[in-house]
Design a binder for this molecule. Structure first.
Ligand code: NAD
Ligand code: G6P
Ligand code: MN
Length: 441
């Protein structure tokens, strides 16, 4: 079987060790000959790189491994780039979450003003790594999960329309695993129909391979419990704040009992509740810095100190195995069905062609082929149109350096009550993002 050469962009990410472990665990399905970590923060990445070097020497001595901040070294001779960068790191995530909350508005990584601010930073970093990839390995595919994926995907559509970049999200995968527990099935045996934008969509069907429909059974459960299940699905989405999110799906379902919702809809449908239940001095960024980030970097330091990764403290991020499925689908033309963020082009019949939507696709060696989802109802369509227009305005504001368009984007966001509040937040965000955003006039 062919062996692949892979670069992970955002090598210093809290998710890097878990994903590397997952890829090691999947070497029989997706064999690698080389793995390189790339980051623009040398020190941060080196902490993980040093530990992974020790671990890989022990567990995969034939795999060539290195870590670097040099784009040429990182991106030369590559088949796949797995990208998970966070421009501005946790410092800026904290600001994305706390600034809006000071104005009584949702403070969230990918939704509302926080997501918009993060999007304005991510576009620069994403275009930079796409260009590195295309300079040094023009045939390489980028599998991107850097957030906010919706805005990143729209920026790719406009700024790099011919680039081989696939934007993906793990939330529907994770939620499907919860559904599979509810109906006691294997997630691999389930096929879904789904429509929406990233972090903004609905399942309309969940069937097994024999064609039996489970959506009613799942809806009944969710109407009572949300997606809260007893068994651990993955470590990350078990934190207390995530449990609250899974539970809240119950209230999202109540507004539209026909379809099963993506959990992120809570920020748009219940913003007042979410703000009231947020601590403006301690947000998810703080939780992650005190939790996952500390755990991962402490584990890395311990491995380096001991000189061995046996009983090392890095855990397989098995929920991320869909990334391997996607790489396999392209590498081996498997025609696997998976949710992807793609240009609509009729997949949702009554929605603009040029909107980046999240729908099931058949993925082969040319990339994704979207499956048509038909017409969607007025309520969902209107919500989606409002949100997708926000995302498009952000990308236009970025490209044109337009203050007005960014103000409009914030004003249009369902999370913000007025143009006045939008402007107040915008002015604070501009101040906080001086180092990262293009200048706005
Ligand atoms: P993190 O801050 O721990 O790691 C991100 C790394 O990216 C840092 O080491 C940083 O130095 C690096 N980086 C920033 N800009 C860069 C650039 N221009 N070039 C190279 N490297 C750069 O963040 P994290 O919490 O581990 O998350 C990583 C990313 O993955 C985030 O964007 C997060 O939102 C995303 N994510 C997405 C999904 C999804 O469903 N799509 C799921 C999980 C995480
Ligand atoms: C889910 C989403 C990702 C998001 C992550 C945040 O997995 O799909 O897009 O980045 O949650 O998780 P965190 O633990 O960092 O808050
Ligand atoms: Mn996501």
């Amino acid at each position: 079987m062919k062996k692949f050469s892979v670069v992970i962009a955002g090598g210093g990410s809290t998710f890097t060790p878990g994903i590397v472990m997952m890829m090691l665990d999947n070497m029989d399905r997706f064999p690698m000959r080389e793995l390189v970590l790339y980051d623009n923060d040398k020190e941060r990445q080196a902490e993980l790189g040093e530990a992974l070097e020790i671990l890989l020497k022990e567990q995969a001595p034939n795999l060539r491994f290195s870590y670097t901040t040099d784009p040429k070294e990182a991106f030369s001779d590559k088949d796949f780039c797995m990208a998970h960068i966070r421009v501005g790191k946790y410092d800026m995530r904290e600001k994305d979450e706390k600034i809006p909350l000071r104005h009584g508005v949702i403070g969230q990584e990918t939704c509302g003003p926080g997501g918009i601010a993060y999007g304005m930073r991510s576009i620069t970093g994403m275009m930079e790594i796409i260009d590195h990839m295309e300079t040094y390995s023009p045939d390489c595919w980028m599998l991107n999960y850097s957030n906010p994926a919706a805005i990143v995907a729209e920026a790719c559509r406009v700024l790099r329309p011919d680039s081989k970049v696939l934007n993906i999200c793990d939330m529907p995968v994770g939620t499907l695993r919860r559904m599979s527990q509810i109906i006691e099935k294997n997630p691999e045996d389930l096929e879904v129909r789904y429509f929406g934008l990233n972090h903004f969509g609905w399942w309309t069907s969940v069937k097994d391979k024999e064609g039996h429909e489970y959506i009613d059974q799942i809806r009944e459960y969710v109407a009572e419990n949300g997606y809260l299940t007893k068994v651990e699905v993955d470590k990350q989405h078990m934190d207390q704040s995530w449990q609250e999110t899974h539970k809240k799906a119950r209230d999202i379902l109540a507004v539209n009992p026909h379809f099963l919702p993506n959990t992120y809809l809570k920020y748009y449908l219940y913003p007042d509740y979410e703000v009231a239940h947020s601590d403006p001095d301690y947000t998810r960024a703080n939780e992650v810095m005190d939790g996952r980030e500390k755990e991962v970097f402490t584990a890395a330091r311990n491995i380096v100190k001991k000189g061995t990764a046996v009983e090392g403290g890095f855990h397989i991020d098995s929920h991320a195995s869909f990334i391997v499925d996607l790489a396999r689908a392209i590498a081996f033309n498997t025609h696997e069905r998976m949710l992807m963020i793609v240009e609509n082009n009729g997949a949702i019949a009554n929605f603009p062609d040029d909107a980046m939507v999240e729908v099931p696709c058949i993925v082969g060696n040319d990339g994704p082929e979207p499956l048509t989802q038909g017409e969607i109802p007025a309520f969902e369509k209107a919500l989606m149109f409002q949100q997708v227009t926000v995302e498009k305005l952000v990308v236009e504001a970025y490209i044109e350096g337009s203050y007005l368009k960014l103000w409009q984007a914030l004003t249009l966001s369902k999370t913000i009550p007025s143009a006045k509040v939008a402007k107040d937040i915008l002015d604070d965000l501009i101040e906080a993002n001086k180092k990262y955003w293009p200048e706005l006039h």
